[in-house]
Design a protein around this ligand. Structure first.
Ligand SMILES: Cc1cc2nc3c(=O)[nH]c(=O)nc-3n(C[C@H](O)[C@H](O)[C@H](O)COP(=O)(O)OP(=O)(O)OC[C@H]3O[C@@H](n4cnc5c(N)ncnc54)[C@H](O)[C@@H]3O)c2cc1C
Length: 390
């Protein structure tokens, strides 16, 4: 089989899906491929939630169960175990967004600590994750990134953010569980980068435990990662990077226009692709210091990484190279890669139905706007349905 057909086996890709789940997935992607429907659906859902209408069961039976593992960690266990039987690991992702109170930040930290504890004894969950805005208010990250002074109260809140990062990173090191830190909007990222660099310097002394995220739709990220490598080498610590293309492109471009500064986003999709591939290559060239978690649904980039690994003699199961996809998307990449012996982990989002809605809406919008992606999912689902019939 040619290398470029490795992801085409739909029997392996959908081995965990029953016929009815396959049909549900097909219907779902068909619906979200139709942009006006997603727009109306978003408005109606927001209205229904705000009006306290009982829409949980509808959301649950459709988009939620496809893209999420459950409403809590325990709920996700059957999914985690089933995927692991096929060689695919899970990264439990507490996907509640947009809650800006201290009690929520503390409980999000607590959840991350619990997941790290749990991961220590669960082979199927070797990696944990959290989101910067899960641990603190966006405007504080923004202020810090811009170098603006804090009030006394803000400084106290910021100190608590730092403590939360330190507690989870410390436990991750103690329990030997890798910890990914997501990236969000660019105007908050400088503060996150500084914080995470400190964490890496403190806890990645023997190997990469703490991973930052590089959004390669930003044209400045290659320069950044090169400087980080110099810093790590000079100060004797390891780096871990999840590389992604980036999920907030429209928001980034709109803000740049509104505020009149040059957009941080690459000039075209092709430029982002090139930048992503360059980062993957750079990391694989420096695997002695940097580990890679490639978070992508892009086949060409995944094939490129496979080719580079082969060329450099990197073992398929080398713990310094991981592939990651989101639950409910690109199973053809995840399950075929795992079948071949590569390290693969899927983000498994969980949380109360209403609270993970922003995450779900982002997934629906992404599948609407990423022209090729939905078409590909539909094509693969059709192929598998036909195969099963024959
Ligand atoms: C495991 C995992 C973890 C993730 N974690 C994060 C995270 O922490 N932070 C985050 O922001 N995202 C995250 N994402 C989402 C990711 O950034 C992408 O939005 C998503 O994966 C789609 O990109 P792709 O590489 O799969 O491939 P593709 O579908 O090939 O690429 C689509 C992406 O290309 C870029 N793009 C599209 N059009 C243009 C254009 N005209 N100009 C420039 N660039 C363009 C955009 O980034 C778009 O999302 C994660 C994804 C995965 C799979």
């Amino acid at each position: 089989m040619s290398t470029k057909q490795l992801f085409d086996n739909t029997e392996i890709a959908f081995s965990l899906k029953s016929n009815s789940e396959l049909n549900r997935a097909f219907l779902l992607f068909k619906m979200i491929s139709y942009e006006p429907l997603v727009k109306v659906g978003k408005t109606l859902t927001n209205f229904a939630i705000n009006a306290n209408l009982p829409v949980d069961s509808v959301i649950r039976a459709t988009v939620f169960d496809h893209f999420c593992g459950g409403v809590n960690e325990k709920d996700c266990l059957p999914v985690i175990d089933a995927m692991y039987e096929k060689g695919v690991s899970s990264v439990l992702d507490f996907s509640v967004e947009g809650k800006e109170v201290e009690s929520f930040f503390d409980s999000a930290m607590q959840k991350t600590l619990e997941i790290i504890e749990f991961s220590q004894n669960k082979e199927a969950m070797p990696i944990a994750v959290f989101k910067p805005t899960g641990f603190g208010k966006p405007y504080l990250y923004e202020k810090k990134s811009e170098g603006q002074p804090f009030t006394a109260d803000e400084q106290e809140q910021w100190n608590r953010i730092e403590e939360r990062y330190d507690r989870v990173c410390k436990l991750a090191k103690e329990k030997d569980v890798e910890l990914l830190i997501d990236a969000e909007e660019s105007w908050m990222q400088q503060a996150v980068d500084d914080l995470v660099t400190n964490m890496m310097q403190k806890y990645n002394t023997e190997k990469p435990i703490v991973y930052n995220t590089l959004q390669m739709y930003r044209h400045d990220r290659m320069t950044f990662v090169k400087a980080q490598l110099e810093h790590a080498k000079a100060n004797g610590y390891y780096l871990g990077y999840k590389i992604v293309r980036g999920a907030y492109m429209e928001k980034e471009n709109e803000r740049a226009i509104k505020k009149g500064y040059p957009t941080p986003i690459c000039e075209s999709k092709a430029a982002t692709d090139e930048n992503f591939n360059a980062a993957a290559k750079f990391i694989l060239d420096h695997l002695d210091t940097i580990s890679l978690f490639a978070g992508t649904h892009n086949e060409a980039s995944s094939y490129l990484i496979l080719d580079l690994m082969k060329e450099k003699g990197i073992a398929k199961n080398d713990n310094r190279v991981w592939f990651g996809q989101l639950y409910g998307m690109s199973d053809h990449i995840s399950f075929n890669l795992a079948h071949l012996g590569y390290n693969v982990a899927k983000y498994v989002p969980f949380g109360p139905v209403k609270d993970v809605l922003p995450y779900l809406i982002r997934r629906a919008e992404e599948n609407t706007s990423v022209a090729g992606q939905t078409g590909r999912e539909l094509m693969l689902l059709t192929k598998e349905k036909t195969r099963r019939k024959s």
